[in-house]
Write a protein that binds this ligand. Structure first.
Ligand code: NCD
Length: 320
């Protein structure tokens, strides 16, 4: 039985992260070729099974699979039998029964990818499970930042925004600290996950509710997170305007950041709420790496698919 998955950055050690990023560097060149095809996954089938909306993640997994010559099939909950009430288990087992090699899954329930990996033989890649993890996003963020700054050891990265509902922050925290970066999480107390202080103490990162103080202390990168309105059941901040005043990457904050460090990197996983957590000026600034992140997404997902599926590589997965 194959046991080769990417479910969490927790399962990937520093050496494996560096290997994935190095392979992504080689894969990235394909993007600039006239013929964007490598034969590595010829005859392999990858299914994208998405129960939540996605623009970047789903299409970049599709492009990544296709550029590696795999057959890629997209299934979204809308338009599948999931919308008729079929359980996740039945849907996953049905797709697996067709003989797929990898299942890329996004689901609103934390732990969904892990669950599915227990039910089927195919490699399972977590493309976002609820508020838990989004490992390929963290890998592409690390790749993007590494291309910009070189080795991330000792670099200071502030991750700002809706920490409570973000799966991106969890994966990024694990990934960036494994690469030796210094991470500070910034959010209003109402958007801090419970127990964050003990988590911070255990993992060695910092936490703050004062964005201006953190930025004034000097940062190499600031990663803005989307305010995830769809996961909010109550009022986490008084008004959007107050959120922006306290935690948005506004024009004045951008100017101060760039004045202090012209090499500062501005990241956002997308989709962006322009005018809420990030101003248009910051999103489109010369220091913005938002589109580099998208481009890196294809290369990193090619690398992950390659390491999990390429023939001749026995059990290269990161979780059993
Ligand atoms: C993120 C996600 O879906 O978790 N987006 C993405 O994959 N690019 C972040 C978000 O939705 O805010």
């Amino acid at each position: 039985m194959t046991r080769r998955h990417l479910l969490s950055i927790d399962d990937v050690d520093e050496g494996q992260i560096r290997e994935i990023l190095a392979t992504a560097g080689e894969m990235h060149d394909v993007q600039h070729r006239e013929v964007k095809k490598l034969p590595a996954l010829r005859g392999r089938t990858v299914v994208n099974l998405f129960f939540e909306d996605s623009t970047r993640t789903r299409s970049s997994f599709e492009i990544a699979g296709k550029w590696l010559s795999a057959d890629v099939i997209n299934i979204s909950a809308k338009g599948s039998s999931a919308s008729k009430g079929e359980s996740l288990r039945d849907t996953a087992m049905t797709v697996a029964a067709m003989g797929v090699d990898a299942l890329v899954i996004r689901h609103s329930a934390s732990g969904a990818a892990h669950q599915v990996s227990q039910w089927i033989d195919a490699a399972v890649i977590n493309a976002g499970d609820g508020t838990h993890e989004h490992p390929t996003q963290a890998l592409l963020d690390a790749y993007t930042l590494q291309r910009h700054h070189g080795d991330l050891a000792g670099r200071h990265i502030a991750i700002v925004g809706d920490l409570t509902h973000s799966r991106v922050v969890r994966s990024n925290l694990l990934c960036l600290t494994k690469l030796g970066a210094r991470v500070t999480l910034v959010a209003p107390v109402t958007l801090m996950p419970s127990g964050i202080a003990s988590w911070a103490a255990a993992e060695g990162f910092s936490v703050s509710s004062d964005l201006d103080e953190v930025l004034a202390g000097g940062v190499d990168a600031v990663m803005m997170l989307r305010v995830q309105k769809e996961r909010m059941s109550g009022g986490y901040f008084p008004t959007p305007r107050e959120y922006t005043i306290g935690y948005g990457l506004t024009r004045p904050r951008l100017d101060a950041l760039v004045a202090a460090n012209p090499e500062v990197a501005i990241c956002h996983p997308g989709p962006m709420n322009r005018g809420l957590e990030i101003s248009a000026d910051a999103a489109d600034a010369a220091q913005s790496l938002v589109l580099d992140q998208v481009s890196a997404g294809v290369a990193v997902r090619m690398s992950v698919l390659y390491h999990l599926l390429a023939s001749g590589e026995p059990d290269r997965g990161y979780a059993a």
